[in-house]
Design a binder for this molecule. Structure first.
Ligand SMILES: Cc1ncc(COP(=O)(O)O)c(C=O)c1O
Length: 388
């Protein structure tokens, strides 16, 4: 069976160049980067090269990049580390949006259990957070505002530069989870005017289990892991050299073809979206059609249970998602669509299609061809009345 992978926001396949370089590092550059001898220095220079490539991807200085075990750890260090560094100043308040990834939402919950006040901002029906709402939520004791750059379920892009300006006016730090934007759309820490930014390699054709946090030079962030002096004492533990090097190669390749590939993906995504909306009655796109990453569309199918559609598509060899990978497999409504104000049915009838490098027009056309029949069959099996 010809399989079609349309779940690139969950993860992307590592590029051949990434795999080749990682194998070479595992085999040849196996030294401990902290060792003074040749083997150690070889591994260290491989990390330094990757640090420069990852920094270039977001317009940062290499010394400001801290390698982590992924986007989740980067989010944790940013929020916990910055919050804890500010504890002595009496600040005890954190703000995020209600549509953040669990890596942010559950970090805020954990800090709430330790006495921090937290505010979750709602978003409008197109999935965008409002700078005015942020201004209202900020107080003198707000330590950190964490708002994602692009959303993993619907792909919407937040007005980060404006939101960061508002946070700074009230003396709060600003972190953005750029796991779904770095490598997909041009992202510059300077243009965004932020303090911290999280990335994850496996979302842009690098390996899983490695990510990075950009921390603005001079900003104090306490480490989560204590131990050796790796990563300028901000993240102890012998470095994941092969993973870091893989991330570096992926970052370099993403930077080189981002704009052109973005255009290609947007055109494929639009073909898919228009095709589905035309061919399947009772469908609607979730999220802003303008402010979004080029590879993502999230579509509601009236009178359909998203999990059933996902399984039926999988049987046809088409891999999609009902939202974030962490919540699939359960019938949990999407917290993102819920925060956008959609009713219970619409939070459970939506499918995320996230496109990537290997997808072709022929694949998109196959999806458009098989989908109407599958949806019709599922609808004929259910008696769920149509809802708005
Ligand atoms: C927006 C966002 N933040 C954070 C993460 C977590 O990244 P990682 O899988 O590298 O821990 C993900 C992964 O799905 C994500 O989409």
């Amino acid at each position: 069976m010809q399989r079609i992978y349309l779940d690139h926001n969950a993860t992307t396949p590592p590029l051949p160049a990434v795999i080749d370089r990682m194998i070479q590092v595992l085999r040849d550059d196996f030294g401990n980067p902290s060792s003074v001898h040749h083997f150690g220095q070889q591994a260290k220079s491989a990390i330094d090269e990757a640090r420069t490539d990852v920094a270039n991807l977001v317009g940062a200085e290499p010394s400001e990049i801290l390698f982590t075990s992924g986007g989740t750890e980067a989010d944790n260090i940013a929020i916990r580390g910055a919050a804890e560094a500010l504890e002595t100043t009496g600040k005890r308040h954190l703000i995020a949006t209600a549509i953040e990834h669990e890596a942010v939402l559950n970090t805020l919950k954990a800090l709430a259990r330790r006495g921090w006040r937290t505010t979750l901002l709602s978003v409008d029906q197109s999935g965008i957070a409002s700078p005015a709402a942020l201004r209202d939520a900020l107080t003198d004791d707000t330590a950190v505002v964490s708002i994602m750059h692009a959303n993993n379920e619907i792909g919407t892009i937040q007005p980060i530069a404006e939101l960061a300006r508002v946070a700074h006016e009230c003396g709060a730090l600003f972190h953005t989870d750029a796991v779904q934007s770095a490598g997909k759309i041009p992202t510059s820490v300077k243009a965004l005017g932020i303090d911290m930014l999280s990335m994850s390699a496996h979302k842009f054709y690098g390996p899983k289990g490695v990510g990075a946090l950009w921390i603005r030079r001079g900003l104090r962030v306490l480490p989560l892991l204590t131990g050796g002096r790796q990563e300028r004492s901000r993240r102890a533990g012998t470095e994941n050299v092969a993973g870091i090097v893989g991330m570096g190669v992926a970052a370099r390749m993403a930077a080189a073809k981002m704009v052109e590939e973005g255009r290609r993906l947007a055109s494929l995504r639009d073909r898919l979206e228009t095709g589905i909306l035309r061919a399947v009655p009772g469908t609607a796109v979730n999220g802003s059609p303008e402010a979004r990453v080029p590879n993502t569309t999230n579509i509601s199918f009236d009178r359909i249970e998203a999990e059933s559609l996902l399984i039926a598509l999988d049987l046809e060899g088409i891999a999609v998602s009902t939202g974030s990978a962490c919540s699939s497999g359960t019938l949990e409504p999407s917290h993102v669509l819920k925060a956008m104000g959609f009713n219970a049915h619409r939070t459970q009838n939506s499918i995320r299609f996230s496109l990537g490098a290997a997808n072709t027009e022929a694949e998109i056309d196959r999806v458009i061809a098989v989908l109407p029949g599958i949806v019709e069959k599922l609808r004929s099996l259910t008696r769920t009345p149509a809802r708005a």
